[in-house]
Design a protein around this ligand. Structure first.
Ligand code: ATP
Length: 344
């Protein structure tokens, strides 16, 4: 859409820069004895859908409030668009769209009136242009047909969609969404996630959630927080594949075709374990076959040589070979319960 005149201005001033959209260093917040957020180093790149994942009470809302400049850090620093969150909150907020965990509306207003009310904080200029923006926003979240109904009667999903329309009314570069889908049923969640995906073209999206499958579905990057502490920050692909900094895990399903080959497997195991780029090899029986889980520190070497080495061993058949993928659930619980930390 053509841009109406903007109040506050400068919205896309550094859109082309490579600066991370969000960056924090040692950012923390304590309330008396509660360490709501322990020193946090976070980097969110432009254009990503970043899932900020953590169980209840992990510190997600606290971090969001700090980024928005709505509460002051106990220690550390942070920037959004390169602007200091402690001193430039007003400027930052004028360039962000924010959806609170429980968005509140004036129930006597219709959806269209709600958006009109919000739009007037951001736009000046011809009525027609503002109305067009409101119409586009209602369409974007699928509320065109309910546009002139009072918010009072809206379902949870409709309220959430209205909240999303409201958050993006000023065409922000960054959307910060606090648990946008948490209270919705699976269909409502699916709708909200699709809307978020459609925003990706225009804005970086930073959203908090405790729903793992949502993150797996839409996020390209994520951070995992627990008890105020960052456990991992990685691309979703990196986390699911167990890859980070060249390390990876491979899974081989083997079958020894003779007694002799079975006896010689010990020798093969030692050879593999002795390779300089193999950090561990675990073996478990699997329905008459053997499953090897091999962790390596050099992906390229593993992909070139691991399979070849095993196949050179006479009497051993390789039923399958591939990089091990975990579900986000496995990765998450590995981190939350076991200190299995990836990423930076
Ligand atoms: N104003 C406050 N005063 C005292 N403690 C607070 C305050 N705000 C948050 N906390 C505490 O800080 C911790 C983190 O809370 P926060 O709301 O940031 O977590 P969250 O990850 O957003 O949780 P949820 O998913 O349940 O919304 C909690 O233990 C909470 O009780």
């Amino acid at each position: 859409m053509r841009e109406p005149a903007r109040v506050g201005g400068g919205a896309n001033a550094d859109a082309a820069s490579d600066l991370p959209v969000i960056s924090t260093r040692g950012l923390s917040k304590s309330y008396r004895r509660v360490h709501a957020l322990k020193p946090l180093d976070l980097t969110v790149s432009r254009g990503s859908i970043f899932g900020f994942l953590g169980p209840n009470g992990a510190g997600k809302t606290t971090a969001i409030k700090l980024l928005l400049g709505l509460t002051r850090p106990t220690s550390g620093t942070g920037t959004v668009f390169g602007r200091d969150i402690a001193t430039e909150g007003v400027e930052i907020r004028s360039r962000i769209g924010y959806l609170a965990q429980e968005p509140r509306f004036y129930d006597f207003m219709t959806a269209r009136e709600t958006l009109r009310f919000t739009a007037r904080f951001f736009y000046e200029g011809p009525e027609k242009v503002i109305e067009r923006r409101i119409g586009e926003s209602l369409e974007l979240v699928g509320l065109e047909e309910k546009a002139d109904r009072k918010v009072r009667g809206f379902s949870g999903g409709e309220r959430q969609r209205l909240g999303l329309a409201q958050a993006q009314i000023n065409d922000p570069e960054l959307l910060i969404l606090d648990e946008p889908a948490a209270s919705l049923d699976p269909m409502g969640r699916r709708d909200v996630l699709s809307i978020m995906e459609s925003f990706k073209e225009r804005a970086t999206i930073f959203y908090s959630t405790h729903i793992l499958s949502d993150v797996q579905r839409v996020s390209d990057s994520l951070a995992i927080l627990k008890d105020g502490k960052l456990l991992a920050q990685a691309s979703t692909e990196e986390l699911l594949s167990g890859r980070s900094g060249g390390t990876a895990t491979y899974e081989l399903l083997l079958k020894a075709t003779s007694k002799e080959a079975t006896e010689k497997l010990g020798e093969l195991r030692s050879r593999v374990r002795g390779l300089p780029w193999v950090s561990s090899l675990e073996e478990e029986p699997d329905a008459g076959e053997l499953r090897w889980i091999v962790r390596v520190t050099a992906e390229a070497a593993a992909e070139e040589d691991l399979l070849r080495l095993v196949l050179d061993h006479r009497g051993v058949r390789v039923v399958s070979f591939g990089r091990q993928r975990r579900s986000l659930e496995e990765a998450f619980f590995g981190l939350v319960e076991g200190g299995d930390v990836h990423g930076g």
